[in-house]
Design a protein around this ligand. Sequence first.
Ligand code: ZN
Length: 424
Amino acid sequence: MGTVLREVRRFDHPGFASIRIADGVIDRVGEPDATWPKGDEVVEARGRLAIPGLVNAHTHLPMVLLRGLADDAPLSVWLEQHVWPIERALEPDDVYWCSLLALAESIRCGVVAIADMYFHSDAVARATSESGLRALLSYGMIAPSLSEGGRAELEKAERFAAAWHGKAEGRIAVAVSPHAVYTCGDDVWRGAASLAAERGLMLHTHLSETRDEVDAWRQKTGLTPPAYLENLGVLAVPTLAAHCVHVDAADIDILARNGVRVAHCPKSNAKLGSGIAPVRAMRDRGVRVAIGTDGAASNDRLDVLEELRFACLVARALSEDARSLSSRDALSLATTEGRLALNLPKAGIEPGDPADVVLMDVEGSHTAPPHDARSTLAFASQASDVTDVFVGGRPLLRDRRLLTIDEERVQSEVARLAKRLRRD
Ligand SMILES: [Zn+2]
C-alpha cells in the first residue's frame, strides 16, 4: 500500500499533480487514473507546495541547550566561561534529550537530513535513529597529538563508526571528525584520514572559519589551513568542510581540485563576527557548496529556510550584485548540494526519487500571491509554513503534528536539564 499526496503544486512545475509514494520512493506523479493502485492512503493536500526535503549540512544538535546563553559576550569569554563548563557537565542522557529537541525543530523546518558533529555521539545517534531523519553523524575529536589523547580519540571515532555506520534502516552514516587544524595535531589528522579511508567514511571538519585561525596557521606552518591539509594528504578522503570563510583564490583551487564539499554557515559566521564565505567565487570555480546552520549556540535556529534567505541577502549585499546568488541557486544549496555533501542519492519530485518530500502551505498572507515558487521559498516562506515531512516515505510530520518525537516531554526534559546546570 502506498500514500497519495493529492493535488499538490510541485516547486518546479506549473499546475497541480498528485504524488504517489510507495516503498520509500516516489512511484508516480500526475493525475491519478485507473492505472493507479487502489487502497492507498490519501493525504488531501490541495494547493500545498511539494519540495524536496532540506538538508542541514553542518550542525551540532545538542547545542540547542546553549541557545540564547551569553549571546553578546566576546568569543573567548563565551567559550571559556559559558559553553565549556556546561558541555563538561553533560551526561549522555542530556545529549540525547537535547538532540531530540534539535531534531524536532529540524523536522518542523522541513529538514530531512543533517550532518552533525558532537560528543556522546551514541546519544546523538540514538535520538536521530528514533526521529526518522537521515544523518551523517560524527564524534568531534580534539587532541594535540596521538600520544596526548589522540589515540583514545581515534578509538572513540572507530567504535562509533562500527556501532552506527549504515544503521537505522541505512539512514545513518558516520563520518570521522578531527574538529579543526588548530585542535588536532598532524598525526591525529593522518590517523583520522586513514581510519576514514579504511572504512569508506567521509571526513567532516571546520576549516578557515576566522581570520585569526588562518593568520595563526600561516604563522605557525607557512600554509593556509586548506594548503596544510592538502599537504598532509588527508584531502584525498572525501571531505565536508564547514565555514571556509577566509579562503583566497589558491585555497579555492585546493578545495575544487580535491572535491571538498563546503558547508556554508552564514548566520553563525555573522553572529560570531567572523565574516562571510565567498560562495559565488567558490561555486564559479566548481566547489560544491551546501548550507548549514552550525549549532544553535551561534545561530540561534536550525532553520534552513531562513539560512538560505540570509545566504542570498548577504551575498547580494556584499557583492552589490543581485545576481550573485539566485533563489534557484540558494534552493540548490539546501537540496541538491546538501544531499551531495552528505553523500545521499539525489532527490527531486520525480518518479524513482527517494520520497524525502516536504509539503508547505503557500497560501498565507506573507506568501501571497504565488508568482514563482522558488522566489517564494527563498524569500517569503518561513518554517511554520511546513505542514508535512516524509523521509523515505515515512511521515515524520503530518498537518504540523510531530509523529516520531514527543515534543512536550522533550521540552520539559531539556528545561529540567537547564535548571540543573544553572544550579551546578
Ligand atoms: Zn560547527
